[in-house]
Each structure stands twice: as C-alpha cells, then as structure tokens.
Design a protein. Structure first.
Length: 431
C-alpha cells in the first residue's frame, strides 16, 4: 500500500481521499481552507455531489488524515493534485491554483515521489506550467528525481457515473509511470484507459465537454428560433427526431457547472495560440451564453403582459427562482451564468428570490446574493421562474404554484415542468 497525499479537498479531491483510504492506503488530505479541515477532522460531513460508489472493503475503518500543514506531504509516495481551475474575467484559463499547488508540493517534494495532476488544464499545461513549479521549488528534476502523471477526473454529479464505475484515463511522462499509476488507480476504479500521452489526456478532458457544449448549443439555438415561428414547438420536433436510431437528444437551457461552460475555453485558447481556427467552438459558447438573455427576455415579456392586464401597475415584481443548483436533485451551486441572470433581472425591475430544497440556504444566499425562501409560498410573490427541474418541482401542479402567488401570476418555465395553463389569468412563458 502507498502513502498518498491529496492536495485540494473539493469536489474531486475529497472523494479521492476517501476512496484511497477505504482501499487501505495511508492518505493525507491537504487543503488551505482551515475551516474545511476542522470540519473534516470533527467527522462532520462535507457535502459533495461527487459520489464514490462501489462496494465497501475490509479497510473501511481507515480514514484520511486531514491537515493544513503542507510539511505532511513529505511523508507521501504519491501526491495527487485536484485544485480548481476557473476562468479569468476575460474567459481565459486561470492556472494560478495549479502553479501555487506546484510550488507548495515542490517545497516539500522528496526524491522518488510520483506527482499526479487531476485538475482540468489545456493540453501541455502539466509539462509547461505544473512541472516547472515543482522543479523550481524543489531543486529536483523530472525523470531523474521524481515522476509525473495526469489523470483527469470524470464524474457526473447526481447520477450513476461515480468515481468507481467511470472509465478513468491515466497517463504518465513515461510508460513505466503510467503502468504504476494504472495499478494504483485500479484500487479505486473498475475500468482504466491508458492514455498514449499526458497531452492526449489533457486534451480529451477538454474535448469531451466541448462536444457536449456544441450539441447543447445546437438545441438551444433551434429552441430559441422556434419561438420566432407560429408552427414549430421544439419539444414536438425533438420527439419526432428522437425516433431515429442515431439521433442524440439534448435539452435546451442554461449551461452551467464547472465543466461544460469552462473546459471549452481551455481548448479554444490553446488551439488559437497555435493559430488554429476554432470558430465553431467559440460560436457554441456564444449561443449557450446568450440563453441568459433569452430567459430575461421571456421574463420581461411576461412582466409587461401582467402590467398591461393590471392597467399599468408597475410597482415592482418579485419572482421566486425555483432551482439554484445547476443539475436536478443535487446541491451543486457552481454557476457562472446565474449571478449574471439575477443581475439582469434586477435591471428590468424584477427582484429574484431563491428557493431550492436541495441546497444549503445560507450558502446559496451568499453565492447568489439572494433572499432565500424555504418554500414558494413563504411570502407574497408575483410569480415563479423555474430553472432546475428538481423532483420536488416536477411533482407540483401549476395550480399549486398559482395558488402560492399573487393575482395574475407570472410563470416562466424553462425546463417545461408544467403543462400549459388553461386559465387565462396566468401569464405563462416557457423555453
């Protein structure tokens, strides 16, 4: 069994630490967030939408050692880095966390250690950004004193694709390193794929989500175009197209989370540096980011219609936003577009109020700067805007929603959880 250090105990690192400990390895979990470490040491669950999956082993009694002391990393034979890689305000890859982790590891790196990066990066970043920090801080040399691998996380929060049952690509700077890491990850993952190179694994992680971005953009563009016609409803069209054996169905809506809206930019920026054309990838991003404006337009139309029915009453509109996590039945609040959406709603005179039965109320209030309600009928609202189709929302009827709101309620139903109303008093819009 190996002594393993996990750097970064977030959505990816924490399940890794738990899985390796359960498999019988000695695990040190390191994070700079002191409060998180204290919570983990106290045995209080730190909620993560990333599930580990798979059967428990005879080593269940083993637990990771959690620490903010980077010197503990010196004890480890393998160091796995899982720090976040966001975008800058200019939608360019921000690898500052990766470089910082490289410096921290390098300061405590001992000869013979294997260092693995799991964070999403552009192709070439492991060798060009991560390794130089390791070498500068440690004085050691890759290939002579330590080894490096790359293995991108591939987990889907809220469904059956867990750490154990998702195929995990593994690469190393040599075939020997890759073989060693294949054996190591084999303790916690059922199926592994030996990537031909570090760069191929880095690029594949970005391409996987870029492909989804393109497919969703097509459906988003088509669905928004259907609103300009009198004869086409996108749902009806999809139901027909879905009868063909090779048609892949996607649903329109906001594209959120930490993968699909972000990973394409890692690939786009890198390929453009090489002088390659990536116009299709950029256009897909433009289409999916425009969905925010489209939802604002639907809401604004509904507000205007309600005010006309009220003979010019424009005293302000309070709308309960139902579903703040980006996927149904999860607590994941990572979203670049919802803060923009809520700010845009305020500019048209709509005050959004949050409701989500799956998220931590105080965390959601802080992340999105929203007043949070425990239910849609907590106060007097003028309507609802449904963004995420949680089970608790799909089981509601439109009548129940209408009864919870003021007269002439607005219902903006982006995931189409309700049937269209028969009551003319409801101002209803759907994606």
């Amino acid at each position: 069994m190996e002594r393993i250090g996990i750097i970064g105990l977030g959505y990816v690192g924490l399940p890794l630490a738990s899985a390796f400990a359960t498999a019988g390895h000695s695990v040190v979990g390191y994070d700079i967030d002191r409060q998180k470490i204290e919570t983990l040491r106290a045995g209080t669950a730190v909620e993560s939408p990333m599930t580990i999956g798979g059967p428990a082993s005879e080593h269940d009694e083993r637990e990771p050692t959690y620490t903010t002391n980077a010197a503990r990393l010196q004890e480890c034979d393998v160091l796995i880095t899982a720090v976040p890689t966001p975008l800058t305000e200019a939608a360019e890859p921000d690898l500052s966390n990766v470089r910082s982790a490289g410096r921290t590891i390098g300061e405590h790196l001992t000869a013979g250690t294997t260092v693995v990066l799991e964070s999403t990066v552009y192709p070439g970043a492991t060798r060009e950004e991560f390794v130089p920090e390791l070498e500068r801080a440690s004085g050691l040399v890759l290939g002579e004193d330590f080894d490096v691998g790359y293995s991108p996380e591939r987990i889907n929060p809220g469904d059956e694709h867990s750490l154990r049952n998702s195929v995990k690509p593994v690469s190393g700077h040599t075939d020997t390193v890759r073989s060693f890491l294949m054996d190591l990850y084999g303790d916690i993952v059922d199926e592994l794929y030996p990537a031909p190179s570090i760069e191929s694994a880095e690029a594949a992680k970005c391409l996987e989500n870029t492909q989804r971005d393109l497919n969703i953009a097509l459906i988003n563009e088509f669905a928004m175009a259907c609103h300009e016609t009198d004869s086409l409803d996108y749902e009806a069209v999809l139901s027909v197209a879905d009868t063909k054996w090779n048609f892949q169905r996607y649903s329109p809506g906001l594209v959120e989370g930490h993968c699909i809206p972000i990973d394409p930019y890692f690939l786009i920026n890198r390929l453009e540096e090489y002088g390659a054309s990536v116009s299709l990838m950029r256009e897909a991003r433009n289409v999916n980011e425009f969905v925010t404006d489209f939802i604002v337009r639907l809401t604004e139309e509904a507000v205007s219609e309600r005010e006309e029915r009220a003979e010019g009453d424009d005293t302000g509109t309070r709308i309960v936003v139902c579903g703040l996590s980006y996927k149904p039945n999860t607590a994941d609040l990572r979203s670049r577009v919802k803060p923009e959406l809520f700010d845009a709603l305020r500019t048209i005179g709509v005050e959004p109020i949050g409701y989500d039965p799956h998220v931590d109320q105080s965390e959601a209030a802080a992340v999105f700067d929203l007043e949070m309600w425990p239910s849609i009928d907590t106060g007097e609202a003028d309507g609802v805007l449904v963004l995420t189709a949680h089970d608790e929302l799909t089981t509601l009827t439109l009548d129940e929603v209408v009864d919870a709101c003021q007269e002439r309620p607005i219902v903006v139903d982006t995931p189409r959880v309700f049937d269209e109303p028969t009551e003319t008093d409801v101002v209803y819009r759907r994606f």
